[in-house]
Design a protein around this ligand. Structure first.
Ligand code: GTP
Ligand code: MG
Length: 241
C-alpha cells in the first residue's frame, strides 16, 4: 500500500473533493494540525478479546467500526503513516479483538473487529456483538466512532443496524467511504450523495462524509484534520460526549 499523500488531495479526479459536502473541507491550518498529530508516535497498547480484558479508560478514544474487510486496519495504518501498525488481511474477520493504539499520548485509536461476515459462526457473532456493544455503550472516554463503508457497496443492512445502535446510544459517529480508488468518479459521486442522504435522518451522525483510499492516500490528510479536535490538548477538544 502506498504511503498516504502528504497534503490535501482529490478523491477521484476533477470536481469531487475528499469531503462531502465540500463546504466541510478543512482549511490549510487544520490540515497542518492533523499532519502534526498523526506524525506523532503511535504504539500498540492493548488487545482485548473479552469484556474483562478491556484496558482502563484514559485518553480520549476514536473507534473504527465497519464490516469485515471494509479497510479499518488499512485506514488506521494510512492515517498514522505506518505500513503495518494494525494488521491488514485478505481474510475477512481477521481482526478478532479490540486493539488499542496510543497516538502521541493524545488520542487512543481503537480498531474494532469487523461485523457482518456471513460465514462467521453464530456463537462467534454473538460474542462479537457482546464485546463491541459493551465497549461502545460503556466507554467513558469514547469521543467518536468512525463507521467505514465500502465505496463500491454502500450502506448494507448490517451497517444500518450498527448506525441505529449508535443513534440509540447517542454515540457521535462519522461515516468514511473506503476504497474510493476502486470506483470511478461518477459512481463515487452517486455513492456520496446517496450515503449523505441516508445519514440526514440519523440523530448521532456527523453531517458530512469522508471519501478515502488507504491505497492512494486520497482523503487521508482531510480526515486527519477532522479528527484533530478530538485529541487531548487540542484547543477545541469537546468535553464529555
Ligand atoms: N483498493 C483498495 N484496497 C484496500 C483499501 N483499504 C483496504 N484495502 C484492502 O482490503 C482488504 C481488507 O483490508 P483490512 O484493512 O484488513 O480490512 P479490515 O476492515 O481491517 O478487515 P477485518 O479486520 O477483517 O474486519 C485488504 O486486502 C486491503 O489491502 C483501499 O483503500 N483500496
Ligand atoms: Mg482489521
Amino acid at each position: 500500500m502506498a504511503d498516504p499523500a502528504p497534503g490535501p488531495s482529490q478523491a477521484a479526479g476533477k470536481g469531487l473533493g475528499p469531503v462531502y459536502p465540500p463546504a466541510l473541507a478543512p482549511d490549510a491550518t487544520q490540515i497542518e494540525e492533523g499532519r502534526k498529530l498523526f506524525a506523532g508516535n503511535c504504539d500498540f497498547r492493548a488487545g482485548a478479546a473479552r469484556v474483562d480484558a478491556l484496558p482502563p479508560p484514559g485518553l480520549p478514544e476514536l473507534a473504527f467500526a465497519g464490516r469485515s474487510n471494509v479497510g479499518k486496519s488499512s485506514l488506521l495504518n494510512a492515517l498514522t503513516g505506518r505500513k503495518a501498525l494494525a494488521r491488514v488481511s485478505n481474510t475477512p474477520g481477521r481482526t478478532q479483538q479490540i486493539n488499542f493504539f496510543d497516538l502521541a499520548g493524545r488520542l487512543m485509536l481503537v480498531d474494532l473487529p469487523g461485523y457482518g461476515y456471513a460465514a462467521a459462526q453464530k456463537r462467534a457473532v454473538a460474542k462479537w456483538t457482546k464485546l463491541i456493544e459493551h465497549y461502545l455503550k460503556g466507554r467513558a472516554g469514547l469521543r467518536r466512532v468512525l463507521v467505514l463503508i465500502d465505496a463500491r457497496h454502500g450502506v448494507k443492512p448490517a451497517d444500518r443496524r450498527v448506525l441505529t445502535f449508535l443513534d440509540e446510544a447517542a454515540l457521535s459517529y462519522a461515516v468514511v467511504l473506503t476504497k474510493c480508488d476502486q470506483v470511478d468518479e461518477d459512481a463515487l459521486a452517486r455513492m456520496a450523495a446517496d450515503t449523505f442522504a441516508a445519514l440526514a435522518r440519523r440523530a448521532a451522525a456527523y453531517p458530512g462524509l469522508y471519501l478515502t483510499s488507504a491505497r492512494s492516500g486520497s482523503g487521508i490528510a482531510e480526515l486527519r484534520a477532522a479528527l484533530t479536535s478530538l485529541a487531548a490538548g487540542s484547543g477545541s477538544a469537546p468535553r464529555g460526549r
